[in-house]
Design a binder for this molecule. Structure first.
Ligand code: SAM
Length: 276
């Protein structure tokens, strides 16, 4: 195990188990993750991962650029292999990364040699208060247990400057790809047959997140969606067919993801929270 030995704080054992699984599995899978982005760079329609990231990054770039217009300090939290760091750098930002998995961090540093990428977890960010104009966290909170989720948001708010904002991606509980349904079945199998699943997953709804932030942080949030989720099923059946459908239906995907009524069914939920 990579991370658990270094985590002797008073975190409860369930939270620690989630944390360890998330860091260790990503440490192990860092080459796979890196290759996914190599494939995406060659063809952003090649896989569900690539197309999903394309749609997500387009929206995230718009959200960040509308607010910062190419100037400011951004923390890319849980930066993985550093792909989104390089996007933010290209867009003109001063970027710092933080990532606990050593394998991921190594790849991120290879890709972004002039960028500071620190070792650290979201619940103990190694940065001072009021330091960043924005914090991005892509596909991180889904892996955390509820105590770490709350601490993670507290930490992000701590390192943000007043008026700064976070952009966080989350798993939609009712996404039309049925991911959460199959996840619940796997969880049940774990309980019945003891076969451990690789990672736990927190799923949310846009309205649930609104209530969560109002209750815990007295903050309003904005949400947006990306990716028409059934495309993921098509990619699973046949990547070639997935690519064809994604290319053909991209404008439909764009349109449907501007509709608020569709938001909770989308493949990716993007949340924006401003620090008062
Ligand atoms: C699905 S990957 C996403 C990586 C990157 N954000 C991207 O989208 O390419 C999740 C990342 O979260 C990191 N992670 C897991 N638990 C974490 C924690 N408690 N604090 C910070 N990062 C964590 C993993 O090591 C991994 O790099």
């Amino acid at each position: 195990m990579y991370y658990c030995e270094t985590m002797n704080d008073n975190t409860n054992s369930k939270t620690l188990k989630f944390r360890e699984k998330a860091v260790n599995s990503h440490d192990f899978n860092s080459p796979v993750f890196f290759d996914r982005y190599v494939i995406m760079d060659k063809n952003p329609y090649a896989s569900a991962f690539a197309y999903g990231r394309k749609k997500m990054f387009e929206k995230m770039n718009r959200i960040v650029n509308e607010r910062l217009n190419g100037k400011g300090k951004i923390l890319e939290a849980a930066c993985g292999t550093g792909y989104y760091i390089s996007v933010l750098k290209k867009n003109g930002y001063e970027v710092t990364g933080v990532e606990p998995a050593e394998g991921m961090r190594r790849k991120a540093l290879e890709k972004n040699q002039s960028v500071e990428i620190k070792e650290g977890i979201i619940t103990a960010l190694p940065f001072p208060d009021n330091h960043f104009d924005a914090v991005t966290a892509i596909e991180l909170f889904r892996y955390l247990e509820k105590d770490d989720i709350k601490k993670g948001y507290e930490e992000i708010l701590r390192v943000l400057k007043p008026g700064g904002f976070m952009v966080v991606t989350l798993v939609n509980k009712y996404a039309l790809d049925g991911f959460i349904f199959s996840y619940y079945i796997k969880l049940m199998m774990e309980k019945v047959f003891g076969k451990e699943i690789i990672n736990y997953c927190d799923a949310v709804t846009p309205s649930g997140m609104k209530k969560y932030f109002a209750k815990n942080f007295e903050c309003e949030i904005e949400t947006e969606s990306a990716l028409f989720a059934p495309l993921r099923i098509v990619y699973k059946i046949s990547p070639k067919l997935g690519e064809k459908c994604a290319r053909k239906f991209e404008s439909f995907d764009e349109k449907i993801n501007t509709k608020k009524c569709h938001e909770k069914f989308a493949g990716h939920l993007i949340m924006v929270v401003e620090k008062k």
